[in-house]
Ligand binder design. Structure first.
Ligand code: HPA
Length: 272
């Protein structure tokens, strides 16, 4: 089945199954997955029930859309992000974003865990993504253009909508939530970067490095959505400190800033 038909079939299934029509969607990275538990009147639809949907390959990560209300606004949370390093093509890992667009979602909030490249950052820094560098070696928009969504050559010069970032920064400051702003660089992973790569990325203008977000942001932008991105700096990137990188540190730091991260997502939703 061609990609467009799979997207349409999945969107039709969900529109029939769920009464809410959210214009805001959230994709939550490491450490923030439980935000979906704070929704009111929530309805969970597992990916395995949705026709033609990609299934996350990591054990214990059953994907699902959770529909519900937050601050009285209808929202949908995509639980169980699929990463490019898991081996599926980028068109597959971003299919949930296409389906959200087909259902009428207008704003996509993306969060992730990332390594700090900017030397003024510390583990626990929250960074609003101002722009990105796609160093993944792939692009989800390669292939026949999906004309129903957007043009062959989309403009992405304001992908992480500047006007929205200004509102978020003002509200975060008022709520006493420290918020950096910088450039996110995506590598494919799954290995962490080398110290030489991190030095090169710093020279290129990167402030944070990670293994997600860019494919989803590109597909959302192509589909005409506005995008908000937030990185939780869970560790300093390779070579910055004389320590080995490991996933346990990523999980531990994400857990430490969990409450502040929740508050920031609340502030973002108030800003929309
Ligand atoms: N590099 C890439 N991805 C990451 C890192 C990192 O240092 N930390 C969390 N995700």
């Amino acid at each position: 089945m061609i990609l467009q038909d799979r997207i349409t079939a999945a969107a039709e299934y969900l529109l029939e199954k769920v009464a809410l029509r959210p214009e805001i969607a959230l994709v939550l990275g490491s450490g923030l997955g439980d935000y979906a538990d704070t929704l009111d009147e929530s309805v969970k639809i597992p990916y395995r029930d949705i026709p033609n949907f990609p299934q996350p390959t990591v054990e214990g990560h059953t994907g699902a859309f959770v529909f519900g209300k937050k601050q009285g606004k209808p929202v949908v949370v995509a639980q169980g992000r699929v990463h490019y390093y898991e081996g599926l093509p980028m068109q597959e890992i971003t299919l949930p974003i296409r389906v959200l667009a087909a259902m009428g979602v207008k704003t996509l909030v993306l969060t992730n865990a990332a390594g700090g490249v900017n030397l003024s950052y510390k583990p626990g820094t929250l960074m609003l993504i101002a722009d990105h560098i796609n160093f993944s070696g792939a692009n989800p928009l390669i292939g026949p253009n999906l004309e129903k969504f957007g043009p062959r050559f989309p403009d992405v010069s304001d992908l992480y909508t500047a006007a929205l970032r200004e509102r978020i920064k003002t509200r975060a400051a008022a709520a006493d939530i420290p918020l950096a702003e910088g450039v996110y660089l995506m590598c494919s992973g799954p290995n962490y970067e080398t110290p030489a790569e991190i030095r090169a990325f710093r020279a290129l203008g990167a402030d944070a490095v990670g293994m997600s977000t860019v494919p989803e942001a590109l597909v959302a932008g192509h589909s005409g959505m506005q995008v908000v991105g937030v990185s939780c700096i869970t560790n300093m990137a390779a070579g910055v400190l004389p320590v080995k990188l490991n996933h346990a540190e990523v999980v531990e730091t994400a857990a430490k800033v969990h409450d502040q991260f929740h508050d920031l997502v609340d502030v973002i939703l108030q800003s929309l």
